[in-house]
Design a protein around this ligand. Structure first.
Ligand SMILES: *[C@@H]1O[C@H](CO)[C@@H](O)[C@H](O)[C@H]1NC(C)=O
Ligand SMILES: *[C@@H]1O[C@H](CO)[C@@H](O)[C@H](O)[C@H]1NC(C)=O
Ligand SMILES: *[C@@H]1O[C@H](CO)[C@@H](O)[C@H](O)[C@H]1NC(C)=O
Length: 808
């Protein structure tokens, strides 16, 4: 009890001196409490005194300390003093370890009498050991990814002492990242702030373990923390948005942009690979990104007209998969790669040729897929055509006519529309539009000739072809189909259709009947050419039909009258000299020209040497003086021939009486004609002479009146000489039953066509002896020369010239 009290009451520092004073007797046992590690010879207690033994008896009783077995003797007895002393180092920590009480028992042996005393030594702990760590340096590797609160165990420090003298607490040198967590049986570093390798890649910590002894002892531990890299840094792009532009149609492998991202991590964690984020399949065919370099290149076709801009995400990923994103905007810039396209929106085809200028015939739309000035399009058509392009709304153009169209000149137009954009270089395209011009019946048929003349010889066969007319009409199809027809009209009072017919398709003109030159020599008809248009157009042409003469009429002898009907005798004065005109044969020929060119011949005569006849005049003259020996009665047979081929002729007999006296005429009774006719002849002559005389006087009076006004040695007849109808050939009497011919025509029929005077010789004699009966000049001459000597006078009658020979 005492020692307990004393040990606890006093500190260790008060030492073991105090313990020495303590003696215990526990049923005779001695007990001492001593601190450990007392010096050798240090006195634990006085045995002699404690046991009540006399010092002198100590030796005699052979007092000794006996240890059990081989145990060390920790204490001994000083026999001279009776003190129990320390003989051996007493280390509680090794003797008892962590046991709370440490008791060492020794036996005290006394002899004479043998006595055994047990001594108990209570060994008290002394703070003689510092806390110790196993190693004074430990290496730790902690990933920077370690989370806050993560714990890292540290081996505890060891202190051989017990109780207060053992480890009481730990101190961690102040640092940014760790704090210390200590509980009964473990020591841990707790991560208070996250590590960042990138900021500090190693940390040195100092951990101190402290015990509770006095003086306090401590042990330290150096902790070297290596911060391991964690992939805590995502790659970082240099720009959040990369905005670039690339011209369309860039060649393959053109570098568009290079994206770059940096990663603060090291090693694999800092190795950045690039890729696209989500891109559409189409975009993926156009661009690719190099995973290593971040170069974005063109691998497909960039077409501004399809997509004008691309927006893609690019990712940068480090080795362990931290990713960051950036945006790449690729604008495609336009290149003038699309030629304008021309669309024909509507067209009027064919265009009627009569459209007025300015008519819209087509609408054209021009498109260019490019943009800006690359899509500004100019549109034009070729020059020299009657069309133009008029810009309309937006990219529309009207194609309008600028002039009159004429299908007959230009039946179709190929209009080349050219569209050019304003890009550089500019592109252009063209389109050919074909327009045809539709016909309008705007051309009348036109005859090839202004007028036609047809010559037909008389006595033609009905149905024979006279001529053909042709008219051209340049219009199309039925508008240009020409139909010929006769225009209604009359020729000599009969419808033209009874003379001619025209083939409606060919224009060939046929005679319907046989013509007779002696009836009429020409006529005019009108033929119309009409096209088949609606309404039809037509034109007219005049056809002059000229009937040419055929020698189909024999000469007609007017005087002397044909034998049998009248019998005329010419008186020839006996005193007639050679060359005297005695008579004249008058003949006409209904034909004309050569066919009417008459010649006279004496084919038979009583006295061939006495009379001659003018070949063309028909004048019978004496060749020589009449002599007494000449027969009184002379007979001549005169042949009149025309000049036709073959020539036709007529003959007549001329009776001549050489006598001075009409009274001798009765002697002619033996001339072979009867009295009746002789009488008639006499009457006729008397009548003729009287009429002629009267007529001549009348003319002279008229001319005398006129002569005062004009003196012209010419004589004009604007009328015609009438030939007595009795002398007319029978065929002149009736013309188509329309009655008698007009007298002018009647006269005209004896004249040649044309104005050639030589064509016609109408020879007559105004000899009072030979003037034929009742031959009159129907119209009085307007001018007349008073003396009508042996001169020629041309007389214009109805456009024909008549040459009349006057004889005195
Ligand atoms: C228009 O073109 C067509 C076909 O190419 C050709 O037959 C015709 O002769 C051309 N016409 C003109 C007026 O050039
Ligand atoms: C003929 O002309 C008329 C107008 O005058 C026109 O309507 C018609 O189509 C034309 N015929 C042909 C075959 O061209
Ligand atoms: C042709 O003659 C007919 C009949 O006289 C007439 O109606 C028509 O107008 C004429 N045509 C021309 C073009 O002169």
């Amino acid at each position: 009890m005492m020692e307990d009290k004393g040990f606890s009451a006093r500190g260790l520092t008060l030492g073991f001196a105090f313990f020495m004073l303590l003696q215990h007797f526990v049923r005779g046992d001695l007990s001492y409490s001593i601190p450990e590690e007392m010096k050798r010879q240090a006195v634990i207690g006085n045995i002699a005194m404690d046991l009540g033994l006399e010092l002198s008896k100590l030796s005699s009783r052979k007092v000794r300390i006996d240890s059990e077995g081989t145990r060390k003797r920790y204490c001994d007895i000083n026999l001279s003093t009776g003190d129990l002393i320390v003989s051996e180092r007493i280390d509680r920590d090794s003797l008892c370890g962590k046991r709370a009480s440490c008791v060492l028992k020794v036996d005290l042996v006394l002899e004479n009498p043998l006595e055994l005393q047990r001594i108990t030594l209570n060994i008290q702990d002394v703070n003689d050991n510092p806390p110790l760590f196993k190693n004074n340096l430990i290496e730790m590797e902690i990933s920077e990814s370690a989370e806050k609160g993560n714990r890292f165990s540290i081996e505890e420090a060891h202190d051989a002492d017990i109780g207060q003298n053992s480890v009481q607490r730990y101190d961690l040198q102040k640092n940014e990242n760790f704090i210390l967590a200590v509980d009964s049986n473990k020591v841990e570093l707790v991560l208070e702030n996250k590590l960042d390798r990138e900021r500090q890649n190693e940390i040195n910590l100092l951990l101190t373990a402290l015990d509770g002894g006095t003086p306090q002892r401590s042990g330290t531990l150096a902790i070297h923390v290596t911060v391991l890299d964690a992939n805590d840094n995502a790659p970082v792009f240099s720009q959040a948005v990369y905005k670039v532009s690339v011209p369309e149609n860039s060649p393959l492998d053109t570098v568009v942009v290079t994206v770059s991202a940096t990663d603060a991590d090291e090693g694999v964690n800092g190795e950045v690979t690039y890729d696209f984020g989500h891109v559409s399949e189409e975009d993926a065919k156009i661009f690719s990104i190099d995973p290593k370099t971040g170069q974005i290149t063109v691998i497909g076709e960039t077409d501004f007209e399809e997509v004008t801009s691309f927006e893609m995400r690019v990712t940068a990923k480090d080795g362990l998969g931290l990713t960051s994103y950036a945006k790449v905007i690729i604008e495609v810039t336009d290149v003038n790669d699309n030629a304008p396209v021309i669309y024909l929106k509507s067209m009027t085809n064919p265009i009627p040729e009569n459209v007025s200028p300015g008519t819209e015939v087509g609408i054209i739309n021009v498109q260019d897929r490019d943009s800006e000035s690359n899509r500004q399009v100019r549109c034009s058509i070729q020059q020299n055509i009657p069309f133009k392009l008029v810009p309309s709304i937006k990219s529309y153009y009207s194609l309008v006519t600028t002039g009159q169209l004429d299908r007959e000149l230009v039946p179709n137009y190929n209009i080349t529309i050219t569209a050019t954009d304003e890009g550089s270089p500019s592109l252009s395209s063209s389109k050919i539009v074909q327009f045809s011009v539709a016909d309008v019946n705007d051309n009348p048929p036109v005859f090839e000739e202004q007028s036609y003349s047809a010559y037909v010889t008389e006595n033609n066969k009905p149905g024979s072809t006279l001529c053909s007319v042709t008219a051209r009409d340049p219009d199309w199809r039925q508008n240009g189909t020409v139909i010929y027809s006769l225009l209604p009209g009359e020729v000599n009072g009969a419808p033209v259709s009874s003379y001619l017919s025209v083939n409606g398709d060919t224009g060939v003109i046929h005679a319907v009947r046989s013509f007779d030159y002696e009836q009429f020599r020409s006529f005019k008809v009108q033929v119309m050419a009409r096209d088949n248009g609606s309404p039809p157009l037509s034109s007219n042409v005049t056809i002059s039909v000229f009937i040419t003469d055929v020698n189909d009429n024999s000469p007609q002898i007017l005087y002397p009258a044909p034998e049998g009907s009248s019998f005329m005798t010419e008186l020839v004065p006996k005193a007639a000299h050679g060359g005297s005109l005695v008579s004249k044969v008058i003949a006409v020929d209904a034909d004309s020209g050569q066919n009417a060119w008459l010649s006279y011949h004496i084919v038979k005569s009583t006295d061939p040497g006495l009379f001659t006849i003018g070949v063309h005049s028909g004048e019978i003259r004496t060749q020589r003086d009449i002599s007494e020996s000449d027969s009184m009665k002379q007979n001549l047979i005169v042949a009149v021939k025309d000049n036709g081929q073959p020539s036709l002729s007529a003959t007549c007999s001329m009776y001549l009486l050489i006598s001075d006296n009409l009274a001798e005429v009765p002697e002619l009774k033996d001339m072979s004609y009867d009295e009746n006719s002789s009488k008639l002849t006499s009457y006729l002559i008397v009548a003729l002479v009287s009429v002629s005389t009267f007529f001549l006087i009348f003319i002279i009076i008229i001319l005398g009146l006129r002569f005062c006004r004009r003196r012209k040695p010419r004589m004009f007849f604007d009328g015609a000489v009438t030939i007595p109808s009795a002398y007319l050939p029978p065929n002149y009497a009736e013309v188509d039953g329309t009655g008698t011919l007009r007298s002018t025509y009647n006269y005209d029929a004896y004249l040649t066509t044309g104005s050639r005077t030589s064509d016609f010789k109408f020879v007559t004699s105004y000899n009072d002896n030979t003037l034929p009966a009742n031959q009159t000049i129907r119209k009085s001459p307007t001018d007349f020369a008073s003396e009508y000597g042996d001169c020629d006078h041309s007389v214009e009658v109805g456009g024909n010239k008549l040459l009349i020979h006057f004889y005195t």
